[in-house]
Design a protein around this ligand. Structure first.
Ligand code: PGA
Ligand code: MG
Length: 218
């Protein structure tokens, strides 16, 4: 009996989309509102895959977490106003997605970005019809590193986790995949802070370029 076809699930920021320019612009707009100078782009870029709260922590290190919390909806609103202005695809991503489509391999997105914003990015890159499933950070009560979003995507596509491959650029992506029983690839082309070492994340595979992902299909 042949195996059912594989499905590839992707993290969004730092894996498919280099969204750092638009997210950094939103963070710097919040800083400007408070009369503060912009934070260097390279510093903001490092923490994009750790989410909006991490970007605000880098931007307002002197504020406590509760003090920063009201800034999050403002940051997300600014980002939503300019979602795919400067964001681009990482090298090799479009070719990878085209190869998956050509082979009839379904692919989808499981991100911690709020679903509405993620949907806007999907629309912005013209993927609406191609992306088989989209799970955002607020789709369910829990998000990565919890495995629930990955399992939700599997259920939506009626595929077993073991027949999927999850590709992500952050430790929590690998943790979520492992907890879901899903093979995973750590994407070395994504966002990292000094001290983050994807080779120690216990991913099944690490890839330096999107073109290598196909080699790891389950
Ligand atoms: O918005 C975030 O928290 C990061 O998004 P990601 O999960 O697509 O890297
Ligand atoms: Mg990411």
């Amino acid at each position: 009996m042949s195996l059912p076809p594989a499905v590839v699930l992707f993290d969004l920021d730092g894996t498919l989309v280099d969204s750092a320019p638009d997210l950094a612009a939103a963070a710097n707009r919040v800083l400007a509102d408070h009369g503060r100078p912009p934070v260097p782009y390279e510093r903001l870029r490092q923490v994009v895959s750790k989410g909006g709260r991490a970007m605000l922590a880098v931007s307002f290190p002197d504020l406590s977490e509760p003090q920063r919390e009201p800034l999050l909806p403002v940051f997300l609103r600014y980002y939503g106003e300019a979602l795919v202005r400067e964001s681009t695809l990482f090298d090799g991503v479009e070719a990878l997605l085209a190869a998956l489509d050509a082979r009839g391999i379904r692919w989808g997105i499981v991100t911690n970005k709020p679903e509405g914003l993620a949907r806007g990015v999907v629309e912005g890159f013209g993927w609406r019809r191609r992306c088989a499933v989209l799970v955002g950070g607020d789709t369910l009560p829990t998000r990565k590193p919890d495995p629930a979003p990955l399992l939700h995507a599997c259920a939506a596509l009626d595929v077993a986790p073991a027949r999927c491959l999850y590709v992500g650029d952050d430790l929590r992506d690998v943790q979520a995949a492992r907890a879901a029983g899903m093979p995973c690839v750590a994407a070395l082309w994504g966002y990292r802070e000094d001290g983050d070492d994807p080779l120690r994340w216990q991913a099944d595979h690490v890839s330096a370029h999107a073109s290598q992902v196909l080699e790891h299909l389950p």
